[in-house]
Design a protein around this ligand. Structure first.
Ligand code: FAD
Length: 440
């Protein structure tokens, strides 16, 4: 047992927690037997405090990282939930198979990815991780060991995917794998003049470029959203047969500098350099390797450190297609009025089934990072009002400020999630700061 001070990645919540790392299946049963409340932790890389809360037990699953069974012909793998995504990919890619719904950081665990039902940058083509999951085995303090799938305990299966660990500990998972012809990509860059221009150019029917997302500037209100669209397609003519071992070591993404270094001058400076580099110096089409495309944040942790001790907020909002124009008008209006400091602005498509508390549906996903100050919180509160007014979905796994009232108004299946969870576990054993804040 370890008493530990733990911090959310965005640094807005810090707490003393009890951390335990079981290494045997039996240990999971024993460690949970004398506590009333607990939550499972993956690699603790969520922006929000989703896998811990003050004085609560966090069961950290890093020792459950084995591949139990692999069937190349059937393209299936049974794997323990604590495995880090880069380790999982390194294994499957050697057999020219993979799962494409990969979040942008390598040491995120499979269990954490399932509990947040992640969408990678290919969400318009492949949807969310839900599409690759065949079955899940969980341990729940009162229900014991349960197998979940389309045909067994379906209701809890759906509740567990994107269920923020509230249905118990995901111990192992059977995944359906997809063919991957090559390890290399071809990246194309296109300049866009504004956020509206980005939407026009994000071709909703482009299936060739499996990844497609934008990077938009925020330092010039007259050209709000001028930027670049990145498109990545698999280089099927690549002759490379050797996949570089994806080793990232123990990264220091949670660290921070003593003071915040992001302000309107540094934002402007870095955005101008980045834009000029890609717009004027870099070729418009170039070969890219797997790690660069899949894990854009790996090696760039300084971006997070620069927010300092007070940290930052990320807001990610899913806007249904018919509401995109009205959202952009209100966004631009409020941006000009309140002048927030936005360090990152990115746009991508999401095409997936809308269910329960999942950040999914069909629409355009807008992502913004902000320094933690009053002016920016005012702007974020305005975004909440816009979400409520137009029934847009803010991402629960990204934004630490969201409260239960906003979430209830934005997620039409909030009550269904809450009721089903309560029917399954009337003592509400699995809890985190996130679950309490949003009233679950
Ligand atoms: C740099 C960066 C880029 C990202 N990019 C994306 C992206 O492109 N798309 C996207 O969708 N997300 C993205 N994310 C968010 C990230 O995928 C999620 O926050 C993910 O849940 C983190 O997993 P983790 O292993 O760190 O789990 P933790 O942060 O420890 O936990 C996250 C949630 O999963 C639950 N959980 C973890 N393991 C288990 C388990 N074994 N059983 C039951 N519950 C469990 C926890 O209780 C908690 O609710 C990104 C995050 C970072 C830091």
């Amino acid at each position: 047992m370890l008493k530990k001070k733990f911090r959310s990645l965005d640094k807005t919540y810090t707490a003393d927690i009890i951390l335990k790392k079981p290494d045997k299946y039996r240990n999971i049963e024993i460690l949970t037997s004398n506590v009333e409340n607990l939550i499972t932790m993956g690699s603790g890389k969520s922006y929000v405090a989703a896998s811990f809360k003050k004085d609560n037990l966090s069961l950290e699953l890093s020792k459950f990282d084995r591949i139990i069974n692999f069937n190349k012909q059937e393209k299936t793998i049974l794997v323990e939930a604590g495995i880090k995504l880069h380790h999982l990919l390194y294994f499957t890619l050697k057999h020219k198979l993979w799962i494409p719904q990969i979040p942008g950081y390598p040491s995120i665990t499979l269990g954490g990815a399932i509990a947040a039902n992640v969408h990678g940058k290919s969400s318009a083509t492949h949807g969310s991780l839900r599409n690759q999951i065949k079955s899940i085995r969980i341990f729940h303090k009162t229900h014991g060991w349960l197998d979940l799938s389309e045909s067994e305990n379906k209701e809890i299966f759906e509740l567990t995917i994107g269920g923020f660990g509230l249905t118990g500990t995901i111990v192992n998972v059977a995944l359906k794998l997809i063919d991957m012809k090559s390890y290399d990509f071809i990246t194309t860059i296109e300049k866009v003049n504004s956020a509206k221009d980005t939407i026009k150019k994000l071709d909703l029917n482009d299936l060739e470029n499996i990844f497609c997302y934008s990077w938009n500037k925020t330092n010039n209100s007259k050209k709000f959203g001028e930027g670049l669209i990145f498109r990545n397609k698999i280089n099927e003519n690549s002759t490379s047969t050797l996949l570089k071992k994806m080793e990232y070591g123990e990264n220091k993404i949670h660290q921070y500098f003593p003071i915040n270094l992001w302000n309107k001058y540094t934002i402007s400076f870095f955005q101008n350099i980045y834009f000029k580099y890609y717009n004027f110096y870099k070729k418009k089409i170039f070969y890219d390797n797997f790690e660069n495309v899949m894990f854009p944040y790996a090696g760039k942790e300084t971006y997070f450190h620069m927010f300092g001790k007070k940290g930052f907020f990320e807001s990610q909002i899913l806007v249904p297609l018919p509401k995109v124009d009205i959202f952009l008008n209100e966004l631009e209006y409020n941006f000009k009025k309140l002048e927030p400091d936005i360090t990152l602005f990115s746009i991508k498509k999401i095409m997936d089934k809308d269910l329960l508390l999942r950040f999914s549906g069909e629409g355009i996903c807008f992502t913004f990072d902000f320094t933690n100050n009053k002016k920016n919180i005012n702007f974020l509160n305005k975004l909440d009002e816009i979400c409520i007014k137009h029934h847009l979905k803010p991402s629960l796994i990204k934004d630490s400020r969201l409260n239960s009232s906003t979430v209830q108004k934005c997620y039409k299946e909030y009550d269904i999630f809450k009721e089903t969870l309560l029917n399954f576990d009337n003592k509400r054993i699995y809890k985190s700061e996130l679950s309490e804040r949003i009233g679950l």
